[in-house]
Design a protein around this ligand. Structure first.
Ligand code: SAM
Length: 279
C-alpha cells in the first residue's frame, strides 16, 4: 500500500517545524506539548528528533523562533476563541495540531488549508494516532495563490461570524502580490470582531540583510534549501498594510514574548516581532 508522503518543495518546511515541536515537547520546561509532532517526523522516515547534534547560532535562532511563535500563537488563538472568534482558520496549516492539542471553548470550528500532499500526509498520520479534534474540523486542499475562499465557504465557513486567522510561517514563501491578495481575501471574509495573527519575513530588501540566515545544517535535513524557497513576502510593513485596510495591528516583540513565557530576553538574538490585528 502506498502511504502518503510530503514531496520535495515548500510543503517539506512543515516537517522541519514538526521536528522542532517534537524536540521542544520532550523538554521538562517545554513551552507547549505537541504529542503528534514526533509521529509526523517518524512517519516522514527520520527517527532522530534532535534538530542537529551541534547546532550553529543561526540554527539555534531559527529553532527558538519556531518555539516562541508556537507558544505565542497557541495562547493568542485560544484567547481569541474565548473572546468570541469561534471560527479558527489556518491558511498554510502545515502540520499544526492546535485543533487537537489545545483547550478550546465549546463550539469552536477549525478550517485548515494547505497543499493537497501536505494535508493527505497529515490526515493519514493523525488517523493512525487516533487523534480527535476539539470541535468540527475541515481540511481544504488549496494553493493559496489561487481562489481558496470559494472552497472555504463551501466547507461551511461563515463570513458573517467573527474569525481568528493565523498565517504562521507562510508569507516569506510567497511573492508580495500573492501575500497582498491573501490578506485582501482575509479582510473581505472577516466580520467585525475578527482577529489575525501572522509571521512575516523581512521583505525583499530585508531578506538580503537578514541578521539570521539559516545555518548550513538546514541543507542537510528537511529544511533543505529553505532559503531558496523564500520569495520575500509582503514588500511593505504588514502593520502598515493592515492599518490601511481596516485592521488595528500591532507588533509583539519576540523578546517580550520570551520574557513572558519564562525563557528570558536572551532567548532571542535579533529583533523581530509577531503581528496581531483586530477589526
Ligand atoms: C513553514 S510551514 C508552516 C506550517 C504551519 N503554519 C506551522 O507553523 O506549523 C509552511 C507551510 O506553507 C504551506 N504553503 C506554502 N505555500 C503555499 C501555497 N501557495 N498554498 C498552500 N500552502 C502553502 C506549505 O505547504 C507548508 O505547509
Amino acid at each position: 500500500m502506498i502511504k502518503e508522503q510530503i514531496p520535495d518543495g515548500v510543503g517539506r518546511t512543515a516537517i522541519g517545524v514538526a521536528r522542532v515541536r517534537a524536540h521542544e515537547s520532550t523538554r521538562r520546561d517545554r513551552l507547549f506539548n505537541d504529542p503528534y509532532a514526533a509521529a509526523f517526523v517518524v512517519a516522514d522516515g527520520r527517527r532522530d528528533l534532535a534538530v542537529t547534534a551541534e547546532p550553529s547560532p543561526g540554527l539555534v535562532a531559527m529553532v527558538r523562533h519556531l518555539v516562541l511563535r508556537t507558544r505565542f500563537f497557541d495562547d493568542y488563538l485560544v484567547a481569541a476563541a474565548e473572546s468570541g472568534c469561534r471560527q479558527v482558520v489556518t491558511p498554510a496549516a502545515g502540520l499544526d495540531t492546535r485543533a487537537f492539542r489545545l483547550d478550546w471553548p465549546a463550539g469552536t470550528r477549525f478550517y485548515e488549508l494547505d497543499m493537497p500532499a501536505v494535508l493527505a500526509f497529515k490526515e493519514r498520520v493523525l488517523a493512525e494516532q487516533g487523534a480527535q479534534p476539539a470541535g468540527p474540523r475541515t481540511v481544504i486542499a488549496a494553493d493559496l495563490r489561487e481562489d481558496w475562499a470559494t472552497a472555504l465557504i463551501r466547507a461551511g465557513f461563515d463570513p458573517t461570524a467573527p474569525t481568528v486567522w493565523l498565517l504562521e510561517g507562510l508569507l516569506v514563501y510567497l511573492e508580495s502580490d500573492d501575500v497582498a491578495a491573501i490578506l485582501t481575501t482575509i479582510t473581505e471574509l472577516s466580520a467585525p470582531g475578527s482577529r489575525l495573527a501572522l509571521t512575516h519575513g523581512l521583505g525583499n530588501r530585508g531578506r538580503r540583510q537578514s541578521p539570521e540566515p539559516p545555518a548550513p545544517e538546514h541543507s542537510a535535513a528537511e529544511l533543505t534549501d529553505v532559503m531558496g524557497l523564500w520569495r520575500g513576502g509582503l514588500d511593505e510593513d504588514p502593520v502598515a498594510w493592515l492599518d490601511r485596510h481596516g485592521w488595528r495591528a500591532e507588533r509583539n516583540d519576540r523578546a517580550d514574548v520570551a520574557i513572558a513565557v519564562g525563557r528570558g530576553a536572551d532567548y532571542v538574538t535579533s529583533q523581530r516581532s509577531f503581528v496581531t490585528a483586530e477589526r
